[in-house]
Design a protein around this ligand. Structure first.
Ligand code: HEC
Ligand code: HEC
Ligand code: HEC
Ligand code: HEC
Length: 320
């Protein structure tokens, strides 16, 4: 007599029904494993490896790419112009640069900052032409904007210590990829503030928003302080302690409070000199848009559209 090897669970394996369950179980496990394996095999075959995080060489956290807003025609005209004129023919601001250097700045920061074609400001048949073509007025405004950027860098960001990073104001710092329709006070930062509230840029800084220990201070002044502090918090994406020792708000022991005073002075200067020179908005170059901390900061302590040190032309920089 042949000895059957002892089986595990004879009451299951020795019946037809039991064997059926075992075979069915094995088949379904194999099929499940195979389909998962095939899914991942296809997934890895068709999905490209994730791109490394974009580190733009020029900007803090803004990309001018893809540059498809610049037409092939404009790029061809640019290359022909560089060949024909290695030195620029009619620059008033960008002095000491070759035509190739100016063109690189135009691509990355002027067209790149506003996301517009060269023809937004130029007659591309002659980049040096100053007037007598449809968009000549834009070139005039753009030149004033270059001078404004230089003024802001040289007289305000230059006062911030090197430890902040030496970042520079350039076209994208305010424009963030839009030529017009800029919104210094969009709904997402106004949130709980009255819609017509603006930074009180008629006040003097430091001192304009000081309220502590003053018996003469009105409710309106207290409210202005609170609204301005809220505006700064949201614009910078920070809490009160980014700038303050929250146990004693009047003190200046945190450097960012001093940096903010310089920034308040700069914002006031933009308002008085470029939005409403002599109190007349119609004379300004910024379409009457009163600047805010948000205009540049966009919820970050360093504006995403700021240029890294050494990227803006020396004549426009605080660190020539
Ligand atoms: C927002 C307006 C604007 C845009 C867009 C623009 N430029 Fe300019 N460009 C200017 C201004 C203003 C000047 C004069 C700067 C000066 O006076 O120093 C200038 C000067 C130049 C010059 C020097 C011309 C000379 O010989 O005097 C070149 C070359 C040039 N731009 C190329 C380009 C190219 C290429 C593009 C597109 C990639 C472009 N620009 C986009 C405003 C613009
Ligand atoms: C301090 C902020 C700021 C900076 C820096 C700045 N701009 Fe402007 N610019 C503005 C504002 C605000 C307007 C008005 C936009 C609007 O109509 O909403 C404007 C308008 C313009 C316009 C007119 C656009 C149109 O079609 O009406 C041009 C051209 C322009 N800027 C070019 C530049 C260039 C080039 C640079 C860099 C050299 C620059 N700007 C830097 C704030 C700025
Ligand atoms: C980005 C920096 C910044 C942030 C964030 C900020 N503050 Fe301020 N705060 C300042 C500056 C600068 C002044 C001084 C303004 C002046 O001199 O007119 C000031 C002044 C004050 C004062 C008046 C101090 C005095 O001397 O009377 C109070 C109170 C105050 N802040 C509270 C707050 C509160 C509460 C928050 C958070 C909701 C806050 N701040 C967030 C920069 C900041
Ligand atoms: C025209 C653009 C612009 C406007 C408007 C602006 N800032 Fe700035 N801010 C900058 C740039 C660019 C830097 C970085 C400068 C550097 O690296 O030296 C900066 C840096 C700062 C810093 C230093 C951050 C740190 O980590 O120490 C503070 C604080 C600051 N801004 C506060 C403000 C406040 C408050 C306002 C509104 C009253 C304001 N800024 C408005 C462009 C702007």
């Amino acid at each position: 007599m042949i000895q059957q090897p002892p089986t595990l669970f004879p009451e299951i394996t020795n019946t037809v029904r039991g064997r059926f369950y075992i075979v069915a179980g094995i088949i379904s496990v194999v099929m499940a494993v195979a389909s998962i394996a095939i899914f991942w095999w296809i997934f890895y075959t068709i999905t490209p490896a994730p791109a490394p995080p974009l580190q733009n060489p020029i900007y803090v956290n803004y990309t001018q790419e893809p540059t498809d807003y610049i037409s092939a025609e404009s790029l061809a005209a640019m290359n022909a112009y560089i060949q024909a004129n290695p030195q620029p023919q009619a620059v008033q601001v960008l002095k000491g640069m070759t035509t190739a250097q100016i063109s690189a700045y135009m691509v990355a920061q002027v067209s790149g900052g506003l996301k517009v074609d060269c023809s937004y400001c130029h007659n591309i048949a002659n980049f040096a032409q100053q007037d007598g073509y449809p968009n000549a007025a834009k070139k005039v405004t753009a030149r004033k904007m270059m001078l404004m950027s230089a003024d802001l860098n040289q007289n305000y960001t230059a006062k911030l210590p090197a430890s902040v990073g030496g970042y520079q104001i350039t076209c994208a710092t305010c424009h963030n990829g839009k030529a017009a329709g800029l919104e210094p006070y969009p709904i997402e930062i106004m949130n709980t503030l009255p819609n017509d509230w603006r930074l009180p840029l008629e006040l003097d800084y430091p001192g304009g928003l000081v309220v502590t220990g003053r018996k003469d201070v009105s409710n309106h002044e207290v409210e202005q302080n609170q609204f301005a502090m809220y505006h700064m918090n949201v614009s910078m994406g920070q809490g009160c302690t980014f700038c303050h020792n929250a146990r004693y708000f009047p003190s200046y022991e945190i450097a960012q409070k001093n940096h903010s005073i310089i920034m308040l002075q700069m914002t006031k200067h933009i308002q008085e000199t470029y939005v409403a020179p002599g109190g007349r908005i119609a004379d300004g170059i910024m379409a009457g848009k009163s600047p805010s901390c948000w205009l540049c900061h966009q919820g970050a302590n360093i504006p995403p559209g700021a240029a890294k040190p050494g990227q803006v032309p020396a004549v426009l920089s605080s660190t020539p």
